[in-house]
Ligand binder design. Structure first.
Ligand code: RDL
Ligand code: RDL
Length: 155
């Protein structure tokens, strides 16, 4: 049995973790879930590290919503760097599922984007843990999580 860690925030304006958990259970079996909610994205790296070191998670998904202001973009960069450090230190994957609040044109699209990106990365998480060849099959296909796939280019 594998353990998937889920880190999310109260700052985000959409419950992305619930979308991902729903999608994980639709995708397969063989895992349990440990969820850890923190106030904001800068709190996610240590939460992920604790999920690896104290709970022995095999992979972590980190959900967050950077706001539209320069200070928020800086927070996102800091959080992202922290999540990278945890991955390199633990040699385990963290899927960073951030939806920037200004990626969407309105609240309705923002909710759709959060749900869709979370679900598509949940499937990526499942494949990374249980079926990595599925990802290789899609190498070079211009896949995107959330908005439409870009597709491959032909020579
Ligand atoms: O450690 C407490 C906070 O500093 C931490 O929760 C931050 O991540 C909160 N935060 C900011 O301070 C900020 O300027 C967040 C954002 N912007 C943001 O855009 N998104 C967040 N948190 O999730
Ligand atoms: O950990 C899950 C994702 O965060 C990770 O796969 C990112 O590399 C995905 N990604 C972005 O989130 C992004 O904003 C990518 C790009 N841009 C990009 O330009 N090229 C990528 N990934 O390969």
């Amino acid at each position: 049995m594998k353990l998937i860690g889920i880190v999310d925030t109260t700052f985000a304006r959409y419950d992305m973790a619930s979308s991902a958990i729903d999608e994980l259970y639709k995708t397969g079996t063989g895992f349990d879930i440990k969820r850890y909610t923190v106030p904001g994205i800068k709190d996610t790296p240590v939460a992920a590290l604790k999920l690896f070191s104290e709970y022995n998670c095999d992979l972590v998904m980190a959900f967050g919503m950077p706001g539209p202001m320069p200070v928020d973009k800086m927070s996102a960069q800091i959080a992202s760097t922290g999540l990278m450090e945890v991955q390199l230190k633990t040699m385990k994957h963290i899927l960073e599922v951030f939806v920037h609040e200004d990626e969407a044109i309105d609240d309705r699209e923002l909710a759709w984007l959060c749900d869709n990106r979370s679900r598509e990365h949940a499937v990526n998480a499942y494949y990374l843990l249980f079926d990595p060849e599925k990802l290789t099959e899609n190498a070079g296909n211009g896949l995107r999580q959330g908005f439409e796939d870009r597709g491959p280019v032909n020579s």
